[in-house]
Design a protein around this ligand. Sequence first.
Ligand SMILES: [Zn+2]
Length: 393
Amino acid sequence: MRLLFASGLCSGALVLLINGYAFGQSQAIHAVRSYRASHEAGIVDELVEFLKLPNVAADGPAMRRNAEALLEMMARRGVEARLLETDGPPYVYGELKVPGAGRTVLFYAHYDGQPVDPSRWAGHDPFTPVVRDGPLEAGGRIIGFLTYGRYDPDCRLFARSAADDKSPIVAMLVALDALRANLLEPTANLKFLFEGDEEAGSPNLGEIVRQYRELLSADLVIAADGPSDPSGLPTLYFGSRGIVSAEITVYGPLRPLHSGHYGNWAPNPAMRLAQLLATMKDPETGRVLVDGFYDDVVPLTEFELQAIAEAPNDDAEQMRTFAIAAPESEGSRLLLLNQPSLNVRGLRSGWVGAEARTIVPDRGIANIDLRLVRGIDPGEQAARLIAHIERQG
Ligand SMILES: [Zn+2]
């Protein structure tokens, strides 16, 4: 049996802010929205130029061009910016000090994108952005970019990282433009941290945070990265679920053996693995059966419970969307997200389909992720899983 662990932080969240001293809050939001509406073509242009820069994290020179573009985009707005170097693509850090501000807000986003497979792009290069007049599934056709006026709300911009995660960067910077155009300044110091290898699992984030602890200190971090909510509404998640992942390999015979000659005699690692995994969760309640798994969970406050109850969320509709007959555990999806989880994210043993053969496989492999919530230490949660496996013999 072999266990490999990796841990990291995966974030969900969306943007936006603002507090004006001359205006009330809703007036400031109104002012920012009307700025956005009247500058839409120019805002999209800035994003489009940024999207034209290839941003596959393995391509060092290309990533540096992105970082330099970010320095320039921030400098244009009077944000003091610099690069924080790592073994991989640099982090781009920016800071806007506001005289008299008592608080600091740090905005995080990443400028790298997932690797690209050009054959899976519909009729254009992933780094040649196009606008379609609707979603691709709805037959959206390519239209030209506007030089003024507004795009129809059904329009979609297609390019690598258009959503994940370059748009939020432009949104943050344009929010600043919008405030200033209305003679408003932020009331908090602003810090920006743009990462260049998030899609590779942020291998340098821990080191950067340790090395630049002071520089990055803030009262609030807003991570502008994550899936859109099924409701389609802008969504703010409070907190980020951490993750510990584990790979479990159960070994059988030294090499695959013929099932006609060795079946019933050679232990089957796929079956043993399935039996091991089955000990980890209660099939009735969906509760994880690893000892101590929920011990350190900090219960939600009344306020948090109320916020969850009031959040727009339609579990029944999502069950229809995903063809789910019944949820794994009792409680709403949003409540269950606030519990630690144990998820099998992949299984491998032998062969299936047209490749199936008459063998007892030599090994079975499961990859698991443990989602963490507030109060849970990743190392301790991993240790609990190991202890559970040891107890199964
Ligand atoms: Zn992302």
